[in-house]
Design a protein around this ligand. Structure first.
Ligand SMILES: Cc1cc2nc3c(=O)[nH]c(=O)nc-3n(C[C@H](O)[C@H](O)[C@H](O)COP(=O)(O)OP(=O)(O)OC[C@H]3O[C@@H](n4cnc5c(N)ncnc54)[C@H](O)[C@@H]3O)c2cc1C
Length: 165
């Protein structure tokens, strides 16, 4: 299974079937005045998705910009950066069970996220293709996370306790 390929080191030719997950699309599943449930297909580039959210004023992913890879791969290791992890904004993901081709959904709780970890790296490793991820993001009253060292230092140097947005 190949996503963006950023977490792979090819040390020789691969004599096997390679499936590149290239499903595209972003859609709104649900929204109210304060929150949006945004679905993103697995083949979307992660950073492009973060930029899409920032452009539309959806809050929650901004600290995780520039992490290499695709959206569908993000839950596998519960990607994170600058004090924020995928689990903080994750609602559910859809997947196909490879053994049966059945479509299934995994809730936040079922994914059993830990630091750079989830069931997709442990009990369910290699058993599912993640096809879609749904996020719960803010539409206002964004919870800007600036406590992380490098961000905090940068803001202090610029005499600002809040980034501009
Ligand atoms: C320079 C660099 C910086 C990085 N910085 C960070 C960081 O700050 N924070 C962080 O958390 N990570 C970081 N990473 C790790 C990397 O960004 C993540 O592991 C990312 O999720 C990999 O995504 P990918 O689509 O490129 O995965 P790939 O390399 O394509 O695949 C990784 C694994 O997931 C499997 N896979 C891929 N797509 C699917 C799918 N749809 N369903 C099921 N299995 C699938 C593959 O078979 C493979 O085993 C960094 C990596 C690099 C190279």
């Amino acid at each position: 299974m190949l996503g963006g390929g950023s977490n792979m080191l090819l040390t020789g030719p691969i004599d096997a079937l390679v499936i590149h997950v290239n499903l595209k699309g972003i859609s709104i599943e649900n929204e109210n005045q304060d929150y949006i449930h945004l679905c993103c297909m697995a083949g979307e580039n992660w950073h492009d998705f973060v930029l899409h959210c920032i452009d539309n004023n959806y809050g929650g992913l901004e600290n995780m910009s520039l992490i290499p890879g695709n959206v569908g791969t993000a839950p596998i290791q519960n990607i994170g950066a600058y004090g924020v992890e995928l689990k903080d904004v994750f609602l559910k993901c859809d997947a196909i069970e490879i053994a049966t081709f059945k479509e299934v959904s995994f809730t936040h709780q079922e994914c059993n996220f830990g630091y750079r970890n989830s069931i997709f790296k442990t009990t369910h490793k290699g058993k599912y293709v993640i096809t879609r991820v749904t996020f719960k993001l803010t539409k206002n009253n964004h919870k800007i996370q600036t406590q992380y060292g490098a961000i905090n230092e940068h803001l202090s140097m610029n005499n600002s306790d809040k980034p501009h947005y």
